[in-house]
Design a protein around this ligand. Sequence first.
Ligand SMILES: [Zn+2]
Length: 314
Amino acid sequence: MVKKLSIMIITILMLSILLIGCDSNRQSTQEIDNDKLNIVATTTIIGDTVRKIGGDKINLQVLMGPGIDPHLYKASAGDVNKMQKADLLIYNGLHLEGKMGDIFEQLQKTNKNTYAVADVIDPNNLIESEEFAGSYDPHIWFDVQLWMEVVEGIKDTLINIDPGNKDYYSENTLRYLKELEDLNNYIKSRTDELPEAKRVLITAHDAFSYFGKAYGFQVKGLQGLSTATEAGTADVRDLADFIATREIPAIFIESSVPSKNMEALKKAVESRNFSVEIGGELFSDSLGTPGTEEGTYIGTVKHNINTIVDGLLQ
Ligand SMILES: [Zn+2]
């Protein structure tokens, strides 16, 4: 009887192991498509760009969802597994993914194909960090012309690994670059609506310096380059003085940064007898909801420039 029971238990155990095995197989075929280039991208911004170039010739997984702050994001065990299985990992670099540096290093040691999109940019065109000596501002995507260089860099990387689809990747890239050229002109024409003295952008963290440099805005972030450093009371005080003195009509919150600091800044400005509006929400380090216009890079950039200009025109 005891023997029969233990045989039954062993059979049940083996069956469940088999079932679990099947389940994990199914899982991996969902994630890994052997006919296509399997790519893992870190941020939604990089993901959207890679998708525009790779189209249906790639199988893409994006680690960070919309609204996720890449400075603070820590890779899960599942993420590490995805990165290890992928043919190519594409990330921003310049320490944007501040908590993932060790993982990237490990992957590079094991000869995994990794590509930092910022590598394509001439260091002369990068903005040096005031806070961290010897390092650069990672928020390169809001200068559309710099991002066009990134698009070329991603295309070359895909062609290197998958030369059979060279024509396909090249055609997609050409088409997309044309759209980005139009986008760049759109930003310039909206900016022209603002008198120069009104081109001052105040946001939650320093994500818009490349935008400011490219389109002629003075830019100030309450928090620094990384949201990992909290804004101090002195930062709030200095910025509140600046806003009240310059009579800046609007400041902007960011979708991937909690708004409490900007609310505190608004109050501090009001205590200086000047009223500043929250001009709306900008997308900084993450795109909006997938399936909406703001779920794409182009839609996000348009949303931002429209929000900024409309807010500052008041
Ligand atoms: Zn940032």
